[in-house]
Design a protein around this ligand. Sequence first.
Ligand code: FE2
Length: 392
Amino acid sequence: MIRMSVDSLQPGMIVGQAVKDENEKVLLNRNVELTDRYIQSLKNRSIFSIYIQDGNTDDILPDESISGVVRESTIRNMRKVFNSINGIKKEIKDESEKTMREHISSGRFQDTFKNTPGFEKLSGDMIRIVNELVNIPTIMLGMNSLKTYNDYIYLHSTDVAITSIMIGRKIGLSMKRLAELGKGCLMMDIGNIFIPESIIEKPGKLTSEEFKIIKEHPVVGYEILKEVQGMGVLAPHVAFQHHEKQDGTGYPRGISGNNSLLINEEPKTIHLYASIAAVADVFDSLSSDKSYRKAFPPEKVIGLMRKLGGKHFNREVLKVFLSITPLYPEGCTIRIVRGKFKNFIGVVEKINPENLSKPVIRLILNSERKPIKPKSIDIGEEKNIRIESILL
Ligand SMILES: [Fe+2]
């Protein structure tokens, strides 16, 4: 399959991966032939790219880290939890003028959070996710999921949990710890329910007043999660600390990190779980289309993140992350910019675990962008070839 910009879609092209709307209802099913009307409806929904079948790369699947069944169950249960909390939010709104945070910390609502339906099932999903992830290669092979405006938070949180578990696994955390870390990642932005959407979705710079409101979401999330039965102590701390930075310039408390892989339980130091979640959160956020901007190319994301080691990110966690993250994931479209086959277009077919920046590419278009008989080349074996990612 090939990921294509919605601007380049043509009637007659065949959808490779279902596109769903805000209620998980299928908007465009796999195998559907595109029409002008379908393409326009994707544009109207601010969807920037989708997967297309091209007959030459359909065996290359963009995302295989966890099974579809487990992914769907996780998203369904996460939606249930978010809906329950949303219901509680509406109740709070009808009450007196106390601030949202005062309400959330009050005994009455803390009791409600305790019994929020859906959390228990989500814990079950997380155990299944961990079980699947510990049985795949240690390298993150594929692309992150394509997200639409309305399901962004669910897909993003799931991708962050997967990336975090992969990092945690490489560090050598136990299955129990991986599940704890994953649960924290799934729920870390639950406090966003209490932040106006206009602020969360605002493109560009926030005013200092708006940023002050955004900074509340880790605290609100923590206040909710620490009450939930079976949540434990550490998962709520992932929510609490995922925007803290190693140098103490993050929020909400401005605590510092130890830039190491040691789990220390010191109260005012960023916990290892939160340091992992911070890396995974920024990685997935930059790699995803948002309603107001397109995803950054994978090599740009990695380049940006490298620069933040030791300051924003835990230096050692970042090192582990870079050791399992290919520069060009499987399914990524690339252009050859130097050497043999210059300007040919291909799709990453296979990652070379020995050299994450030199994958096997399947060329499908020549320098005039005309289809060719697909040809696989191993970038690691060809001298002088350089590639860059593109979106057709
Ligand atoms: Fe957040």
